[in-house]
Design a protein around this ligand. Structure first.
Ligand code: SF4
Length: 435
């Protein structure tokens, strides 16, 4: 049977393996089409039924059996987080992190905009699992996602769990878990390098189950359908479906897809490429991710475990495509400058090192480097990596290192001062970013 991607009419190579919003074979994205807006409580309950009320112990056991890993980037097992919070001193609460500070990602916003009740159900299930009665949803006021969640909360019957929203600052760092805890506690939205994990001591010193939007949406389905059902999607190493945002040089930048069975990056991305185009590379895992040449990327399985094995973790689920006529070094420089501008300025290697790294890379991209540019880039990178108070600068360094490795031909052209004759204009999206 030939199934088509509804937005293009383009043939999908393995349609049962990939779903877009509204596709009936999807899991998180099943339901009404995107054009219908956020799904009302009546449709949600008709489609999925009510959340089953099992005991906290049983619920935690089910989530542990499902091996659900957090989908925000770090991949921490949610079951372990719940066990930590349930066993910690104090009255637990749940925080849904809807900040999605990665500009190339849209999956969490899409879930909040279209399936707010699914996300809220997941948060309720987490609260039940740890004996909590309070949920905080961090999101951005003024966006469609905020309005959809606020309206969905108003629609829900009182179920003994209080639910309120917090307007997060529009910065990348505000979504880092310790920064979010600090902000909700009334402090600055900046990462904290020391202290107990939020699951033990988070908001107001209480055990806090903090995870991203997609993770809670999965939890809502596991609580209904069980771990065996969850593990029917994905792979043995990486169970469950996963949401991916395809961005960059594609026909529909920012399209969110749900991957249900392992497909290759080529199978997922090719239906989105402009006619006759062949990308130069793909940035896997977002802006702190890994550049992979298209010739290698297209055959890689889109599986979290397998991608981590080859050194290109899927992270927050972003695939950013670089067209064949664009310079990967110039795009990397732009992203690096974005990172440098976003440093919280608390640690020297991050606040001083990233601008230096960007200045050095700029000399290379401008084709006026001296002989030792490559060595200085390497030295600067190793003087920054692992020395910040959080992992923020590590991602920037990783991006640069993978660019130097992947774009060897462009490095040679720029070092020889000939330049690469490729397009240096800005292309990948950069969101509102302030300190
Ligand atoms: S490494 Fe950078 S972002 Fe992280 S705490 Fe230090 S200054 Fe802040």
């Amino acid at each position: 049977m030939t199934v088509t991607f509804p937005m293009f009419g383009a043939a999908a190579p393995n349609a049962a393996a990939v779903a877009a919003s509204g596709d009936p074979h999807g899991r998180l994205l099943a339901g009404p089409p995107a054009a219908a807006g956020w799904e009302r409580i009546g449709s949600h309950l008709t489609r999925l039924g009510p959340l089953s009320r099992c005991s906290p112990d049983d619920l935690r056991a089910e989530i542990t059996d499902a091996c659900l890993l957090g989908r925000g980037g770090a991949g921490f097992p949610l079951g372990r987080k719940l066990e930590m919070a349930a066993g910690a001193r104090g009255h637990p609460l749940v925080v849904v992190n809807g900040s999605e500070g990665e500009p190339a990602s849209r999956k969490d916003q899409e879930l909040l905009e279209l399936r707010p009740h699914l996300v809220l159900d997941g948060a309720v299930a987490a609260a039940i699992a740890v004996g909590g009665d309070e949920i905080v949803i961090g999101a951005h006021r003024g966006r469609d996602a905020w309005d959809a969640v606020a309206a969905a909360i108003a629609e829900r019957a009182a179920d003994g769990i209080r639910c309120h929203m917090v307007d997060l600052p529009p910065t990348y760092l505000a979504g880092e878990s310790s920064a979010l805890v600090s902000f909700v506690n009334g402090g600055a939205p900046l990462p904290r390098s020391r202290g107990a994990p939020a699951a033990l001591q988070g908001i107001a010193g209480r055990p806090t189950v903090l995870s991203n939007v997609e993770t809670f949406a999965h939890l809502a389905l596991i609580a209904r359908l069980g771990p065996a059902w969850f593990c029917q999607a994905g792979s043995r190493d990486s169970p469950g479906s996963t949401l991916v945002t395809v961005n960059g040089d594609v026909r529909w930048p920012g399209k969110v897809l749900e991957v249900l069975r392992p497909v290759t990056i080529g199978e997922l991305v090719e239906p989105f490429l402009p006619e006759g185009s062949r990308p130069r590379a793909v940035l896997v895992g977002g802006y702190a991710g890994t550049w992979v040449e298209w010739v290698d990327a297209r055959s890689l399985p889109l599986d979290r475990g397998k991608l981590s094995e080859v050194g290109a973790p899927l992270g927050c689920g972003v695939l950013c495509v670089l067209g064949s006529q664009r310079c990967g070094l110039a795009e990397t420089l732009r992203l690096l400058e974005w990172f440098a501008a976003g440093s919280a300025g608390q640690c020297g290697p991050c606040a001083l090192g990233l601008p230096q790294l960007a200045a050095e890379l700029n000399e290379l991209v401008a084709s006026r480097p001296d002989r030792r540019v490559r060595r200085r880039l390497n030295e600067l990178a190793s003087s920054i990596a692992g020395r910040g108070g959080c992992h923020f600068p590590d991602g920037a360094v990783h991006l640069v290192e993978s660019a130097l490795q992947t774009f060897g031909a462009e490095v040679s052209s720029h070092r020889s001062r000939r330049g690469c004759n490729l397009d240096h204009r800005a292309y990948f999206p950069l969101g509102a970013f302030r300190r």
